[in-house]
Design a protein around this ligand. Sequence first.
Ligand SMILES: C[C@H](O)[C@H](O)[C@H]1CNC2=NC(N)=NC(=O)C2=N1
Length: 108
Amino acid sequence: MTTLAKKKCRPCRGGGEPLKGETLVRYSGQVDRAWTVVDEHHLTREFTFDGFRQALAFVNKVGELAETENHHPDIHLSYGKVRIDLWTHKIGGLHENDFVLAAKIDAL
Ligand SMILES: C[C@H](O)[C@H](O)[C@H]1CNC2=NC(N)=NC(=O)C2=N1
């Protein structure tokens, strides 16, 4: 487990700047390489499964995690596939919380 996966998502009240540039690159290095940073705005990763039920089970696990952490990704479920898009709505971009949640999803 990475260090990030052991952290908790801290409440983010909405002030402050989203992560950019070098800082963003440093954080990206701490989650699975399958995550992509899109337009320095959000993280995305696709997971594949044998069928719909397996994908749905994963969605439910991610949902529980999101509720525990009070940080919620967009989740796109299709047959044998789940896409997770993750950013902090309040700041319109990426925060450490997004990387903490991504690392925890990696560890599921
Ligand atoms: C009050 C509570 O902290 C907020 O509404 C949370 C809930 N989950 C959230 N999830 C995400 N991804 N971004 C947010 O800004 C956010 N805000």
